[in-house]
Design a protein around this ligand. Sequence first.
Ligand code: UDP
Length: 243
Amino acid sequence: MSKNKVLYEGKAKQLFLTEKDDELIQFFKDDATAFNKKKHEIIDSKGVLNNLISENIFNYLGKNGVPNHFIKRLNEREQLIKKVEIIPIEVVVRNKAAGTFTKRFGIEEGKDLPGTLIEFNLKDDEHDDPLVSDEHIKVFKWANQNEIDEIKEKAIVINRLLNELFNKIGIILVDFKIEFGRFNSGKKVEIILADEISPDSCRLWDIKSNEKLDKDRFRRNLGGLIEAYKEVATRLGIDLSNF
Ligand code: UDP
């Protein structure tokens, strides 16, 4: 699989074109950013762990009936994915209060929410990814009502499956961010899960100690990020012997 030019450069990943029009290579970098890039560091091997963890989770979701962009892992930092038109909305699913949510509503970190909450943020770094409603999404035509409904349904299913997965390995899924894209199979356009799911995009706490096993270790200068990501990978059954 030969890699062509960079199609997109994000904070933690790059997307490369391939010789196939409908496939891309997703490359995981070691960059860690927070607070809209105000904090930035290179954390050696983070990209390798996120590639492995995201592969594991996308395979699990695929086997459980969640269509997604993952095709196969190519090497330690790259995976082959289906090319989609990304819907420019970050879909955040929350089970417990944490992060920006605690500040917005004055709810203490770790409090169970009365129900699963789905929030949308526009992907717009220049304006700090503002929170948007279904109405904003429709009026600005980032997605139509059917797509919004489908995204919400998929987000609920993904949350259930991820809760089952992480519960079994002694991890609490506090919240996570996912992205969706439109995949054109030639016959129809389908909404599928895209991007990544990793400790960069989820809040994961050890069930016994509440220890943070995710990017909050970087955001809050707690140290031990790689050890935490390795712990998540090992509990997921990922073989790190070559790591
Ligand atoms: N998140 C993410 N990318 C972003 C913003 C948030 O992956 O650009 C994830 C974050 O890791 C957490 C969830 O989405 O698991 C909810 O994040 P929140 O809105 O609380 O913002 P944060 O406090 O992370 O800035």
